[in-house]
Design a protein around this ligand. Structure first.
Ligand SMILES: CC(C)(COP(=O)(O)OP(=O)(O)OC[C@H]1O[C@@H](n2cnc3c(N)ncnc32)[C@H](O)[C@@H]1OP(=O)(O)O)[C@@H](O)C(=O)NCCC(=O)NCCS
Length: 200
């Protein structure tokens, strides 16, 4: 049976309704500002960025959280090879500071993982705090023999299997395997910047 995945799911908090939907090209400027605010200007130097440089996210696996027409959250997944095993890397995940602790991050994670599973992906890897990601099934149990292309803390390299055993025997370097992204020049805050246009 073909799995059907809704691209928009309403979240129900009485005072603040949010929706999770597929990321749009028009989200790019707000998304960049959200990531700058969440991770700082140095975010492009982070190790996981090496897995995203010049690549497009995995098809159908980039999502925005929207509140009253404004993008307030983002998550993307990327194709990688985990020591030869096809997998996805998740990130960055960020929620606007004004909307945190309302379940938006959890909704983005739940939506993204379900969509990845529906598309037949076997495993998702990320670098992050187990204190947050354990609630979605992530642990370091299957990542002990994996490495990132740069500095990382072993206890922050986490994974969840969407298919049992998908990361059994995963050993070696995690490398990017996603499609090359298209670039476009846009204007933000008076400055022209080259930004990646999402192909998915
Ligand atoms: C992490 C983040 C995406 C969570 O978004 P959110 O919408 O607030 O998440 P949720 O509402 O689903 O969950 C909030 C809960 O997670 C907890 N939490 C948030 N970040 C955490 C962390 N790093 N470690 C442990 N718990 C964390 C909050 O304290 C809160 O706990 P509570 O429910 O007991 O109050 C958001 O805080 C953010 O954008 N942070 C800056 C960017 C970032 O650190 N991204 C993750 C990279 S590892």
């Amino acid at each position: 049976m073909t799995a059907v995945w809704k691209t928009t799911a309403a979240l129900t908090t009485e005072t603040a309704p949010f929706a999770i939907r597929a990321e749009r090209a028009s989200d790019v400027v707000v998304r960049e500002a959200l990531l700058d605010a969440s991770f700082g200007e140095g975010r492009h130097a982070r190790t996981c960025q090496r897995l995203r440089d010049g690549r497009a996210p995995a098809e159908g696996l980039a999502f925005s959280a929207v509140h009253e027409g404004r993008v307030v959250g983002t998550v993307r997944l990327w194709h990688v090879s985990a020591g030869g095993i096809p997998a996805l890397v998740l990130g960055p995940l960020a929620v606007d500071a004004s909307c945190r602790k309302l379940g938006v991050g959890a909704a983005l994670m739940t939506h993204a993982l379900a969509a990845a599973k529906a598309r037949g992906h076997g495993a998702v890897i990320l670098r992050g705090d187990a204190g947050y990601y354990a609630r979605f099934g992530f642990s370091a149990e299957k990542t002990g023999e994996l490495a990132l292309p740069g500095p990382f803390e072993r206890d922050r390299l986490l994974a969840v299997e969407l298919r049992d055993g998908a990361l059994n025997d995963a050993f070696g370097m995690i490398v990017a395997t996603g499609m090359k992204a298209r670039r476009a020049r846009i204007r933000t805050g008076g400055k022209a910047r080259k930004l990646l246009i999402q192909a998915a």
